[in-house]
Structures are given as structure tokens and as C-alpha cells.
Design a binder for this molecule. Structure first.
Ligand code: AMP
Ligand code: MN
Ligand code: MN
Ligand code: MN
Length: 276
């Protein structure tokens, strides 16, 4: 059974439509796919329809942007109810935060000579969709200002970039509460990517668990074997459940593919323990 519980569509910063994403997951033999777009549930209905066609299970999800001790932490919600009041509140709150961040970031870029940054980032995101830094990266590539998205983040959009604007997101506790109130399970996404010290990671996991958080992504495309082992240790220590997800955004990278390389140690309790 292949589970992939973290993926993106055009509703946020993925390049495949929800339908195409589900089609691809089925081709890769994924039986349980969670669509977890950044701060939106807009792709879920279409993904669910396609999952029925393909005969696989679509797990309704989201990836909330949160701020914890001045650090951006992503919290995935699995089996959320997209029609619930709690999720609607969360999505509404973050939509507003994103509009503000997008405008500030575009203003910085325009000040650095990147004309029409706001207009073009919105165009690249698509009518009505949220705008992320990924769209600004695509814009910088389109203008030949950088050669790839790595360079876009390094030179412009990342921590030390010329146009960096810190997002003012939801609190960690708040995001976990939205997820749990909607009947979902909260999972810390790609914990290895935050470069936290061991002590700080343990503080994060303690607060997360106290807020009602349930899972930790152990296996994901940004974790090497060593990080996976360390995260498995944390799962055991904090009595969490293990989650897995490719964080797929775009085809063409064999090591970041739907359902690819997502095994977890046998002794861990998987987040899907009580699903069926
Ligand atoms: P945002 O939530 O708008 O700050 O955008 C964050 C998104 O940018 C992440 O979900 C990634 O998809 C992408 N991203 C962040 N850092 C990098 C990087 N160094 N290279 C490529 N993409 C990145
Ligand atoms: Mn992304
Ligand atoms: Mn993320
Ligand atoms: Mn993601």
C-alpha cells in the first residue's frame, strides 16, 4: 500500500491541476493521496472527483503556514473537513495575510527594478489562486534574472535575499486547533528543513503535542536517511504518529515524485492507523 500524504496542485504552487495530480498519483501506484495545498482547500473537490475515476483515495488536506518563535513552520492537516467553519476561518485568515505579504514582496521587487511584479506573479498563480514565493521565483526565471528557482530564493526571495519579506502567518497552536476542530489530524511538515537545534525541535514538538498535534513527517523528499532516523526517534519519544509525503510540486525530478521512497520503520505508528 503506497501512501503519499503531502502534495501540491495549481490551487497553490504546484504545476499540475488537481485532476492531473491525481491521475499521476494513480499511475505511480499511490493508493492514498493527500492534496495539501498551501493555505487553501480549493483543489480538493476536483481532486476527489478524479480520485473516484481512478479508484484511489483522496485524503482532503491542507498545509497551513505558521509562525513559531519567528520561524516559519508548515503544519499539514489530514482528513480535514473543507466545509467546516474552523477550516474556513483558517483559510480566510491566511488569505488576508498572504495578500499583504504578496503586496509587500512585490513592492520590494519593483523597487529593485522588477517591473509589474505584482501583476505578473498573480498571472502566474492564475486567477483567484493564492500567490506564493514560488510564483515570484517563476517570474524571476521568466525575466531571465535568475537561471533556476534555487537561485531565485538565494538571490531574491530567501532569508538573505534582496526582496525577502517574512510572512506574518498564523500561530502554530491556532493552526493545529483549526485542523483538529474540523475533525482532522495535524502533522508537522518536513521537520528536517527548519534547521532547528535538537533542543528547539523538542520544544516545538512538546508545544505541538500539547496543542493537539498528532503526527510528524518522518519520510519526505527533503529528508536523507539520517534525518529520517532522527525524526523516527522523535516520533517514539513524543508518542507521535509517523506521516509520509513527497511534497510533490512539479514533474521532472525523479527524487521528488509521488509515492517515491516514503517507507517508515516498522515499529512506528503510522498516521493512517485508524483510517480503515
Ligand atoms: P511561501 O509560502 O509563499 O513563503 O512560499 C514557500 C514555498 O516556496 C515553499 O512551499 C516551496 O514550494 C518554495 N520554496 C521555498 N524555498 C525554496 C527554495 N530554496 N527553492 C525552491 N523552492 C523553494
Ligand atoms: Mn510549496
Ligand atoms: Mn512546506
Ligand atoms: Mn508542501
Amino acid at each position: 500500500m503506497i501512501y503519499d500524504l503531502h502534495s501540491h496542485s495549481t490551487a497553490s504552487d504546484g504545476v499540475l491541476s488537481p485532476e492531473k495530480l491525481v491521475e499521476r498519483a494513480a499511475k505511480k501506484n499511490v493508493q492514498f493521496l493527500a492534496l495539501t495545498d498551501h493555505d487553501t482547500t480549493d483543489g480538493i473537490a476536483a481532486a476527489q472527483r478524479q480520485a473516484e475515476v481512478e479508484g484511489i483515495t483522496l485524503v482532503p488536506g491542507i498545509e497551513f503556514s505558521t509562525l513559531w518563535k519567528k520561524q516559519t513552520i508548515h503544519v499539514v492537516g489530514l482528513n480535514i473537513d473543507p466545509t467546516s467553519e474552523a477550516i474556513a476561518t483558517g483559510v480566510g485568515f491566511l488569505k488576508q495575510k498572504r495578500v499583504e505579504r504578496t503586496e509587500r514582496l512585490a513592492a520590494r521587487l519593483e523597487k529593485c527594478g522588477v517591473e509589474n511584479a505584482l501583476h505578473d506573479a498573480k498571472r502566474l498563480a492564475g486567477e483567484g489562486n493564492i500567490v506564493t514565493r514560488t510564483h515570484f521565483a517563476r517570474l524571476l526565471i521568466e525575466r531571465n534574472l535568475v537561471k533556476d528557482s534555487n537561485a531565485a530564493f538565494k538571490k531574491w526571495l530567501g532569508h538573505k535575499g534582496r526582496a525577502h519579506v517574512a510572512g506574518d502567518w498564523a500561530s502554530l497552536t491556532q493552526a493545529v486547533e483549526w485542523i483538529v476542530a474540523s475533525g482532522g489530524q495535524a502533522v508537522i511538515a518536513h521537520p528536517g528543513r527548519y534547521r532547528l537545534t535538537r533542543t528547539k525541535l523538542m520544544t516545538l514538538l512538546g508545544e505541538f503535542k500539547d496543542a493537539g498535534g498528532e503526527g510528524l513527517e518522518v519520510s519526505c523528499s527533503s529528508h536523507d536517511r539520517n534525518v529520517r532516523q532522527n525524526m523516527a526517534v522523535m516520533v517514539r519519544r513524543f508518542g507521535l504518529k509517523a506521516s509520509v509525503g513527497s511534497d510533490f510540486h512539479v514533474p521532472g525530478y525523479p527524487y521528488i515524485e509521488l509515492g517515491y521512497n516514503l517507507a517508515i520503520p516498522d515499529d512506528l505508528t503510522p498516521i493512517w492507523q485508524n483510517w480503515h
